[in-house]
Design a protein around this ligand. Structure first.
Ligand SMILES: [Zn+2]
Length: 179
């Protein structure tokens, strides 16, 4: 409980610094996402940057990628774990570029609310498709994910018209604990 209070105090400060209204934390549009205790190195991403996930999500991702490859479907990892500080810096960068906060929060979750904090979320891409673009939904890789990702514990978090007010993200998949 104390840890949660401390966490919220930190978040409140970060939000305040970014100019996010206090009402966001009082009635968050997204579930709170904590950073995990344990992260492991997963496969490097498409740009050869090191990436981390929680162990179960790492395992699920490797199995899913291998299963896709067996059916000639290429899945690239674009991004995995991203911490709260990263999210803060990202929003800060958008603000510096003159983008209005309301607009930023439609595409970037506020610090403390990105599923990438949990080490369970992955952004995926494939060949001949610009990363993190809606056109991903037209690829074979996306079709394959819709049909098969569930077997490996992954689900899409932000489908069209999701209740979170986050724009459609066909590339974003999150590891749920397998049944
Ligand atoms: Zn994502």
């Amino acid at each position: 409980m104390a840890a949660t209070t401390e966490f919220l105090t930190q978040l409140r400060q970060i939000h305040q610094d970014l100019g996010i209204p206090a009402s966001y934390l009082e009635q968050p549009p997204l579930p709170l996402c904590r950073e995990p205790e344990v992260l492991v190195d997963t496969s490097p991403d498409f740009y050869q940057r090191p990436q981390k996930l929680i162990p179960a999500a790492h395992q699920g991702w490797l199995e899913m990628r291998a299963a896709a490859a067996r059916e000639d479907v290429v899945l690239h990892l674009i991004s995995a774990f991203r911490g709260i500080a990263y999210q803060r810096d990202l929003i800060h960068k958008h603000l510096q570029n003159g983008r209005p906060l309301v607009e930023i929060l439609q595409v970037v979750a506020a610090p403390g609310f990105s599923e990438h904090h949990t080490g369970r979320a992955i952004d995926l891409g494939t060949d001949n498709c610009r990363p993190l673009q809606e056109e991903f939904e037209k690829t074979d890789a996306f079709q394959w994910l819709v049909e098969r990702a569930g077997e490996f514990g992954f689900a899409m978090t932000y489908p069209r018209d999701n209740p979170f007010g986050i724009s459609y993200e066909p590339w974003h998949w999150c590891f749920r604990d397998q049944q």
